[in-house]
Design a protein around this ligand. Structure first.
Ligand SMILES: *Cc1c(COP(=O)(O)O)cnc(C)c1O
Length: 400
């Protein structure tokens, strides 16, 4: 029997495929499909899909778009930010030496291959930054301790073998004690070392280039609302060395015409997007959720700013034991309900989750408020006091 992927009726795709119609209030999560793609990107992808193009020319146009939006000299589109990090590291290692490009990742003879990273920046986003360095053939050199970095710990780690420094801007890094980007850049540039910034989840397309980064990597499918993709922006010589990796390690992270066109359209749409209007409707969602949770025993809420200063607020929900729930129990009840609601629950063990308003379709904010009220007014389910379990067993059973 055919799968239900091709429409033969007006039944929505998730229903046809038997996928749960989840509401995403967790943020731009890969495991949930990242973001709502903007119509401009969908149109550009559909338009270019049946056409042949010269990819180098298309990427040349993408470079101009990336340069215009970021203020960088050049750029191109990658399959993901994670892939972009690997390509950026490879670029810093090989420069424009084509034979070196072909020899990565295992044969690094004659190349600088060490990549410095503050220990508190070695985050995971599915895989980890240090694995991205090793995928390119680099050797991670972790500077400082988990909770602090002193300038000498970076400066003294730089040697003749240092290819680059990587700086990560993310809510998941250690949020204190790390060097700022300008401090990190000053140390690296003093010693002739380029700086790569992982800004996958950041709104500000200009700041890190302006602060001296040599290459910056953004995700195309997070706040931008493009297709699954990454964006590399930066110094022209390094961008060109990155593009050369399409004949090396980058080939297995290939990006196609539809993705390049989709990201270009999303970047143009970003520049004319009604950011203030979106912010205002997000604010309404937050206030609606806060009202639904007001005066509930054991539930405290606060509208809280994004930890890396993206222009985005979330509703922090603190779940105290006298609510009859743990944070994990309440989040699980929301996720198991109808419709399933996925919250931002990575700190559930601390009794906290967040409701993120940046990926809502019309009407969904009200549905979330209604479900919260229903659940908190009802009988406590069996797993109300459940605690988070750290386990990969579901993944290990896939596809069953
Ligand atoms: C999401 C994220 C990534 C990975 O981005 P993808 O485009 O999904 O590959 C890398 N680094 C950070 C800090 C992220 O938040």
């Amino acid at each position: 029997m055919a799968s239900a992927i091709n429409a033969t009726s007006n039944t929505p795709i998730r229903e046809r495929l038997g996928l749960r119609p989840i509401i995403n209030v967790s943020g731009t999560m890969t495991a949930l499909g990242a973001s709502i793609m903007v119509p401009e990107a969908i149109r550009a992808m559909a338009e270019i899909a049946p056409e042949f193009v010269e990819i180098d020319d298309l990427q040349r146009h993408a470079s101009a778009t990336v340069a215009r939006v970021t203020g960088a000299e050049a750029g191109f589109i990658t399959a993901s930010a994670a892939g972009g990090i690997v390509i950026a590291v490879a670029a810093a290692m090989t420069g424009d030496r084509s034979l070196a490009v072909e020899r990565l990742p295992l044969d690094t003879t004659g190349l600088k291959s060490e990549v410095i990273l503050q220990l508190g920046h070695n985050v995971g986003y599915g895989n980890s930054i240090d694995q991205a360095i090793r995928l390119a053939g680099g050797t991670p050199v972790l500077a400082g301790t988990v909770s602090s970095t002193q300038p000498y710990q970076v400066a003294d780690a730089i040697t003749d073998a240092t290819a680059a420094g990587i700086y990560v801007v993310a809510h998941s890094t250690i949020a204190y004690g790390m060097l700022t980007l300008p401090e990190f850049v000053a140390i690296c540039h003093d010693m002739g070392v380029p700086v790569i910034v992982d800004a996958a989840s950041e709104y500000d397309f200009r700041r890190f280039i302006a602060e001296g980064a040599d290459l910056v990597i953004y995700s195309g499918h997070k706040f931008l609302g493009g297709p699954t993709s990454g964006i590399i922006a930066g110094r022209k010589d390094l961008v060109r060395s990155g593009y050369l990796q399409n004949r090396g390690v980058g080939r297995s992270m290939k990006v196609g015409k539809e993705t390049i066109a989709g990201v270009m359209a999303a970047l143009d749409a970003w520049q004319v997007r009604d950011h203030a209007g979106i912010r205002a409707s997000e604010q309404l969602a937050l206030e609606g959720w806060q009202a639904a949770l007001a005066d509930r025993t054991g539930i405290e809420t606060e509208i809280s700013p994004d930890p890396t200063n993206n222009p985005l607020d979330r509703l922090e929900v603190r779940v105290l034991p006298n609510s009859g729930f743990t944070a994990y129990g309440l989040a699980s009840t929301l996720a198991a309900g109808s419709p399933p609601i996925m919250v931002r629950g990575h700190q559930a063990e601390k009794g906290i989750f967040w409701l993120d308003p940046c990926n809502l379709h019309p009407g969904e904010a009200d549905t979330v408020a209604k479900r919260l009220a229903e659940i908190l007014s009802g009988e406590r389910p069996d797993n109300a006091m459940a605690v988070p379990v750290k386990s990969s067993s579901r993944t290990l059973q896939w596809p069953d």
